[in-house]
Design a protein around this ligand. Structure first.
Ligand code: AMP
Ligand code: MN
Ligand code: MN
Ligand code: MN
Length: 360
């Protein structure tokens, strides 16, 4: 696995191994200094050269999108106003899991949309980080090394975002390897379950959409079922076929919450409950989850997420304060035409929430 990362770095860019993974566990003072430099660099670039650069980047993004049918839905504003305060987007996906763009294209898009700090958080996977890190360095923004870990908790599947991890940490790498191996067997079972419900060829169809041989997800099934005419949008496929109680749902044991937090901390990162408003958990259950998460050392919850309504921004800001968990924000961007909120579209963090980046 270590060999894989080294090979990936050499293949993707001229960055040294040290600079690619330098973000791991530095002292807060050196992180702070780095942060200020990056923001200054991003804000000081001359407008005209930035415009030319941005135009070229956007053109290359359009060329690299893998699926033409998503292009027409992409109304990207190439010159968003730059914010006086740094913009953070700490949750998104690339072709190394179930996103539609390569890590370099994701970074270029985020930079063009005014993001200063971007975390690439592919599902159960670190292999896109080397490429993303190099692209971020070229674009003059800061890449936060991340991942989104799949967790089973009391009969629910939860997602835990890892931020600021060392992608070479053996415990984290082994844990993620174990989760991904389970994914392939599960994909076969999803194909069988859909076939039993009269939908033939779903496994083979999903495989056409897989962009990394290391990771197959329900999203790949959803894209195929849209193509095959079973639904108009992927979210309808989830509602009708891929969630609990529906024909293509297959239960799967992921990591435990304490394993996920343990691996993230071993790798020097912060553990964040992703999109807490999305889980089918009542208020008592949510308080139980957040108390347990805090007690095992969890660091933060996503307050701002496109899965949340604006009322939930307020609700999770309150949970963040009450449970003394920091607040995070991320667009959970997967691709043009699929994600309704783009990089840079999230509002400011509500006052009173301690942001997850406070000590960076
Ligand atoms: P998996 O990790 O294979 O179970 O797939 C989870 C992924 O499916 C999530 O990260 C989302 O990208 C996608 N997903 C889950 N639920 C929905 C939904 N209701 N609508 C659209 N996408 C969803
Ligand atoms: Mn996803
Ligand atoms: Mn998620
Ligand atoms: Mn996600």
């Amino acid at each position: 696995m270590l060999q894989f990362h080294a090979a990936a770095i050499t293949a993707f860019c001229a960055c040294t191994v040290q600079s690619v993974f330098a973000r791991s566990k530095s002292t807060s003072s050196s992180k702070g200094a780095g942060t200020i430099r990056v923001v200054q660099r991003a804000l000081e670039r001359p407008i005209e050269s930035k415009r030319r650069e941005t135009g070229a980047l956007l053109e290359s993004i359009r060329q690299t999108e893998p699926f033409a049918r998503f292009r027409k839905a992409d109304n990207l504003d190439p010159f968003p106003p730059r914010s006086a305060v740094p913009r953070y987007d700490l949750h998104c996906h690339s072709t190394h899991s179930d996103g539609l763009l390569t890590p370099a294209a994701v970074v270029a898009r985020a930079a063009a949309r005014g993001v200063d700090f971007l975390a690439l958080t592919d599902h159960d996977e670190l292999s896109g980080l080397a490429e993303a890190r190099c692209a971020a360095s070229e674009a003059g923004i800061e890449l936060v090394c991340g991942a989104e870990l799949s967790v089973s908790w009391n009969d629910n599947t939860l997602h835990v975002v890892a931020l600021g991890i060392d992608p070479e940490n053996p415990r984290l790498i082994e844990g993620l390897d174990a989760i991904r191996i389970g994914r392939s067997a599960r994909a076969r079972r999803i194909g069988d379950a859909l076939a039993a419900a009269g939908i033939e060829g779903a496994y083979e169809g999903a495989m056409k959409y897989v962009t990394s041989e290391r990771l197959v997800s329900r999203t790949h099934f959803a894209r195929y079922l849209v193509e095959a005419g079973y639904a108009r949008e992927t979210k309808d496929v989830f509602k009708r076929y891929l969630t609990r109680g529906n024909p293509g749902y297959v239960a799967h044991p992921w990591a435990t919450l304490s394993q996920a937090v343990g691996w993230i901390h071993a790798a020097g990162g912060q553990a964040v409950i992703a999109h807490p408003g999305r889980y089918k958990i009542n208020a008592t259950g949510m308080r139980g989850l957040l108390a347990e998460f805090r007690d095992i050392g969890g660091d933060a919850i996503e307050v701002l997420s496109p899965s949340h309504t604006s009322a939930q921004y307020t609700e999770f800001a309150t949970y963040s304060r009450v449970f003394e968990l920091r607040g995070s924000c991320g667009s959970d961007w997967h691709g043009p035409g699929e994600s309704w909120m783009d990089f840079g579209d999230l509002p400011e963090m509500p006052t009173g929430v301690v942001p997850v980046w406070k000590d960076w």
